[in-house]
Design a protein around this ligand. Structure first.
Ligand code: KG4
Ligand code: ZN
Length: 336
């Protein structure tokens, strides 16, 4: 049995998983609490990873009755992300790999999101990949492991960032995407007039900062918002984000002629976006694939799976890589 360990510490989730082929042996996610700060403070996040990574790994191995010496490979997020957290995960993984003589693969966090769907379903390359995470919004063609052509990305904020900032202004938690989705269910999507980003621009790029500002200004203009008003804003915001995503995806479907689309990253957990993008794909006789919602947000499974995919694609393991705060998806996967 080939067992892979995945380690994720790029932002505010400490996540670990053990997988064997397409089976999850066990996985754990510890989400940091930002109620007080209202957002992630990088050095605080890194210290939290440092505190819980080793005990979580111990518990994981103990629970499945294995030791690190039983591993066939380790994957660790090498970027993009917050440098302090990345270093905690990378140093831990390198130590384990060296001590137990296990091959180690540096994993691109966004690539891991994009490959996760193949852990659950048979999805062949190539496919159009729409990656929607807290900090990124990227439309690309995935030709294989480590082989991407980026068509477009956001000029400013990611959709996730826009949702998080609006949720915060509404008094919601961080991250706020799920809160917006829950409120939007009872709202009227036509109630608040919001600008559709880059509506006239025929490109694959995105922009969500103007939309975010429009929402924040609308919130400021209201006196003592009640739940109905909040719900209306959330439903209207979701409608406009979905419109923008669909416009870009439609262009990419026409441009590439591809019939497989993968939607992934934390924002892909949103049922409304999944439904709207699915309807669009059906119009083009294309199929939309997405990980189950709980596997869309950061987790260790996707990192373990990316390592397993790297081995299957004969990408050599590596012990001499650095953390990368910024790492383009179409950059060469070799980390210097
Ligand atoms: O991929 P992810 O877990 O972390 C990053 O790599 O950034 O994505 C986090 C983002 C946050 O912006 C969060 O608000 C959003 O995913 N998110 C959602 C939902 N669940 C998480 N956005 C919309 N609807 C959701 N249900
Ligand atoms: Zn992520």
């Amino acid at each position: 049995m080939a067992v892979f360990l995945g380690i994720e510490t790029s932002c505010d989730e400490t996540a670990l998983a053990l997988i064997s082929d397409r089976n999850c042996l066990d996985h754990r996610v510890y989400s940091q609490d930002h109620t007080q700060s209202g957002g992630v403070i990088p050095q605080v996040a890194a210290r939290e990873h440092l505190k819980c990574l080793a005990p979580m790994a111990n518990a994981l191995f103990h629970n499945v009755g294995l030791t690190p010496k039983d591993l066939s490979g380790i994957g660790v997020t090498a970027g993009p992300g917050l440098i302090g957290g990345l270093l905690v995960g990378i140093l831990f993984a390198k130590g384990l790999a060296l001590a137990c003589r296990v091959p180690l693969w540096p994993v691109h966090h966004l690539e891991a999101h994009g490959l996760m769907v193949r852990f659950e379903h048979e999805v062949d390359f190539p496919y159009l990949l729409l990656l929607l995470s807290g900090g990124h919004c990227i439309l690309s063609i995935c030709h294989g492991v480590g082989r991407y052509v980026v068509l477009g990305q956001t000029y400013d904020d990611a959709a996730g960032e826009c949702l998080d900032k609006v949720a915060r202004a509404l008094g919601g938690p961080y991250p706020g995407g799920r809160y917006i989705e829950d409120l939007a269910r009872n709202g009227n999507p036509g109630a608040v007039a919001l600008p559709v980003p880059l509506q006239k621009e025929k490109s694959f790029h995105f922009s969500f900062s103007g939309l975010k500002t429009a929402c924040l200004q609308w919130i400021q203009s209201q006196n003592n918002m009640d739940l109905n008003q909040k719900s209306d804003l959330c439903a209207s915001l979701q409608k406009v984000i979905a419109q923008s995503l669909c416009q870009r995806l439609e262009l990419a479907l026409r441009h590439t002629g591809l019939k497989r689309v993968v939607l992934s990253g934390g924002v892909a957990a949103n049922g409304f976006f999944r439904q709207q993008l699915d309807l669009l794909c059906q119009r083009f006789e294309a199929t939309l694939h997405s990980p189950t919602p709980v596997h869309c947000t950061d987790n260790g499974l996707m990192i373990a799976w990316a390592a397993q995919e790297s081995m299957a694609a004969q990408i050599p393991p590596d012990l001499f890589f650095c953390a990368r705060a910024h790492w383009s998806l179409d950059a060469k996967m070799k980390v210097l």
